[in-house]
Ligand binder design. Structure first.
Ligand SMILES: CC(C)(COP(=O)(O)OP(=O)(O)OC[C@H]1O[C@@H](n2cnc3c(N)ncnc32)[C@H](O)[C@@H]1OP(=O)(O)O)[C@@H](O)C(=O)NCCC(=O)NCCS
Length: 152
């Protein structure tokens, strides 16, 4: 198993992050449409500049394999991640989320995903997240999504 580590994201990482989200298979799995270049750079630059967000590059054997992002809104803290397709299936998302959860210690922390995203579901379950039941889902829950939470 390769060693997974996290580091701060730099502007030089943005082209790779653009390509990762532009991959149709990745976008379909995540259920978020790919952004065109100008839109991506504009939004991601704002995400990186916002001190309320925590973002990390996921490093594997000296290469950036993806990113993990945590943000807050009125409903609390959230987390999401994306791995480049050529790195899928090697336990990298599971290891990266585990590392990020040692750096971001706020709880509860939430994640939502398409119900079809079985890989991401496993990543969350292996890190202790719990699927919210019908009575616990947010008021504005998307019918096609699952909502997971890691409590204290
Ligand atoms: C979902 C995603 C993060 C998984 O990353 P990964 O590094 O391949 O995940 P891991 O290797 O840590 O796999 C964790 C578990 O999920 C399973 N898994 C991963 N991808 C899977 C898939 N496509 N179908 C079924 N199971 C899958 C693995 O077998 C493993 O399960 P196991 O430990 O029980 O054997 C990655 O496919 C991805 O970035 N997808 C696009 C973006 C996305 O969906 N992000 C999450 C948005 S909520």
């Amino acid at each position: 198993m390769s060693e997974v580590s996290l580091r701060a994201i730099t502007p030089d990482d943005l082209p790779t992050l653009f390509e990762n989200q532009y991959d149709p298979a990745s976008a379909a799995m995540a259920g978020t449409p790919s952004r065109e270049e100008a839109d991506f750079y504009d939004r991601r630059t704002k995400v990186e500049a916002n001190p309320a967000n925590d973002t990390r590059a996921i490093m594997v054997d000296g290469e950036m394999a993806g990113d993990v992002v945590s943000w807050t809104d009125d409903s609390g803290r959230h987390i999401g991640y994306r791995i480049a397709q050529r790195f899928w299936g090697r336990g990298i998302a599971t290891a990266a989320l585990r590392l990020m959860l040692t750096e971001i210690t706020d709880r509860p922390i939430q994640a939502d995903l398409l119900q079809t995203n079985v890989g991401s579901r496993r990543v969350l379950e292996k890190n202790g997240f719990r699927l919210l039941g019908p009575d616990e889902r947010p008021a504005d829950a998307e019918p096609e999504s699952h909502y997971f939470r890691l409590d204290a």
